[in-house]
Write a protein that binds this ligand. Sequence first.
Ligand SMILES: Cc1cc2nc3c(=O)[nH]c(=O)nc-3n(C[C@H](O)[C@H](O)[C@H](O)COP(=O)(O)OP(=O)(O)OC[C@H]3O[C@@H](n4cnc5c(N)ncnc54)[C@H](O)[C@@H]3O)c2cc1C
Length: 163
Amino acid sequence: MSDASKPNAGVVLGPDGKPCKPCTAFRNWNPTGAKKGVAKKAPTAAPPEDCPPDVEQMGRATWTFLHTTAAYYPEKPSPTHRANMLLLLKAIPLLYACTHCADDFGKDIAVNPPDVSSRTGLSRWLCERHNEVNTKLGKARFDCSLNSTDERWKDGPADGRCD
Ligand SMILES: Cc1cc2nc3c(=O)[nH]c(=O)nc-3n(C[C@H](O)[C@H](O)[C@H](O)COP(=O)(O)OP(=O)(O)OC[C@H]3O[C@@H](n4cnc5c(N)ncnc54)[C@H](O)[C@@H]3O)c2cc1C
């Protein structure tokens, strides 16, 4: 932060009232790099690889983990699979470091409980939850058919460029 007593515009505060790095986009954190006289390459740059994640980097990593896990979840899950997937999803509102993201996700899944009954059901449910966040952020919604989620997270496109 350039001045601890006055956060930059766009910096999101955590529950402790302090600036929350994983709740904030890096471009808003310290656009001038004023604290240590470090010039940033561009105000919109993502954090360097060896820096703590911002809200966007952590979001991409988390969605990648969750969608890929859903894509490989069994079509006929055992009771143990179901129980552990439920635990994983219900832990996010408690543990996710972007606290306002966690709160909103908790409210969403309270109204739309996780479908852990099958790979198909879970992939669609997760896609719809991600779409809720996309809509909140003004981003395009994703096609939640199994063909689309499998193409993105499991099989890759038909042109073979990911093979
Ligand atoms: C639980 C959770 C809650 C979040 N809440 C907030 C929040 O409140 N405020 C905030 O600023 N950020 C939030 N984020 C982060 C936000 O969702 C994005 O991850 C971040 O803004 C980076 O967006 P992106 O455009 O790079 O792509 P992302 O939204 O991260 O998506 C990554 C890739 O997933 C694919 N994709 C997109 N939509 C879908 C979908 N519906 N189903 C399947 N695949 C899809 C696309 O190929 C996309 O490139 C949250 C993240 C998570 C995991």
